[in-house]
Design a protein around this ligand. Structure first.
Ligand SMILES: Nc1nc2c(ncn2[C@@H]2O[C@H](COP(=O)(O)OP(=O)(O)OP(=O)(O)O)[C@@H](O)[C@H]2O)c(=O)[nH]1
Length: 347
């Protein structure tokens, strides 16, 4: 697939989950793609740098200004500008950009950069967030709120060290992760032995932020995980996920856009940075295209996607993942946005 803008993949993950191993393989081994890596080290600038290598066409840029959370937007936008300027001067384009964070960095501000710094969007787009999870130690690591947030932000969850985990360990952790983030794809890998081409495929083309986001697999996946009798809304097994709540809203009537905007404002005020990720598609009254919703904490982007086709059943599907968010409150707020026709309301 050709991209007008360069796809960017954010790699995040638990401590020791294999981020450096993965990035080093992509930098060292032949795979035919021109990949640039932007990496940040929280608190320990330089430690990983010793292990990172620059070879051939690949480029590594380090964000050395400390915590990515504080300085990310400016630094990241500058780093991306530097990349595109240097590649222009040298007369080539990067096929892919990887942004590597450490196990304790919050990927939220990185994602927000792609929603807020619109100048970079002429040259780059966020393809997705891939969260690496050590399949052997994942359960104990999920005690940390930062790790749970990383699961919530993921478009893809990549279970590493599957060569060391037992089938029952893999099954148990897969089940728990699916409950925490029902919209993420779940894949597993042995980072030492998988061919590098396969490793690249595990990272790329997640389409987590595509403006023409039509999520057929996601829809299938979501529906497959829920009882057919209750498609409307459901918090996913909160007892397993500590305070992480993942919930899905679905509607088959159009929503009023103005009321929907008010609802999102209220949700952002109520939950602030606890509303980690919300996304989906909306059937809005008087709008020919489906609307694509991309939200990260207090940053929301609603854009027009593809036009509804004549034969296509129109619907709204929104997924929310956050810390201690109230599905009942979200459900009631979104139901109030529904435009119920007069005949339907009389009936
Ligand atoms: N057997 C096996 N070992 C792995 C795999 N992935 C990573 N490792 C090993 O796990 C250890 C930690 O890997 P790193 O790549 O340093 O992990 P990291 O996420 O960069 O670690 P931090 O930067 O400290 O968070 C290393 O010894 C790797 O060789 C895997 O899939 N299988």
């Amino acid at each position: 697939m050709t991209h007008i803008t360069t796809p960017v993949t954010v790699i995040t993950g638990f401590l020791g989950s294999g981020k450096t191993t993965l990035v080093n393989r992509i930098l060292r081994e032949l795979h035919g793609q021109r990949v640039a890596v932007i990496e940040n080290e929280f608190g320990a600038v330089g430690v990983d740098a010793e292990f990172l290598v620059t070879e051939g066409d690949e480029t590594v840029i380090q964000l050395v200004n400390g915590c990515l959370c504080c300085t990310v937007r400016g630094d990241l936008a500058r780093a991306l500008n530097t990349l595109s300027e240097s590649s222009e001067i040298q007369g080539f384009v990067f096929d892919r950009v990887l942004i590597e964070t450490t196990g304790i960095a919050d990927p939220g501000p990185i994602i927000q950069t792609f929603l807020a710094e619109t100048a970079i969007l002429t040259r780059f787009h966020l393809d997705g967030v891939v969260t690496l999870i050590d399949s052997v130690h994942a359960f104990s690591q999920l005690d940390k709120i930062e790790n749970r947030a990383q699961v919530a932000y993921a478009d893809r969850l990549l279970l590493t060290k599957c060569d060391l985990a037992t089938p029952s360990q893999l099954e148990a952790i897969s089940g728990r992760l699916a409950e925490m983030n029902p919209r993420a794809e779940l894949l597993s890998v042995d980072l030492h032995n998988a061919p590098v081409a396969d490793v690249l495929n595990l990272l790329f083309d997640a389409h987590g932020y595509s403006f023409d986001y039509v999520p057929p697999e996601e829809l299938k996946q979501l529906k497959g995980r829920r009882p057919a009798a209750d498609l409307s809304f459901r918090p996913v097994a909160p007892r397993h996920t500590n305070d992480i709540v993942s919930c899905i809203f679905e509607s088959n009537v159009p929503l009023d856009l103005e009321r929907l905007n008010v609802f999102f404002d209220m949700a952002q005020q109520r939950y602030g940075s606890r509303l980690w990720r919300y996304k989906g598609i909306v059937w809005a009254e008087h709008q020919r295209p489906r609307l694509v919703v991309q939200g990260v904490q207090n940053l929301l982007q609603i854009t027009g996607g593809t036009i509804w086709r004549a034969f296509e059943p129109r619907h709204t599907l929104l997924v929310f993942i956050g810390q201690a968010i109230d599905p009942g409150w979200i459900k009631a707020g979104l139901r109030r946005c529904e435009v119920i026709s007069e005949s339907a309301s009389k009936g």
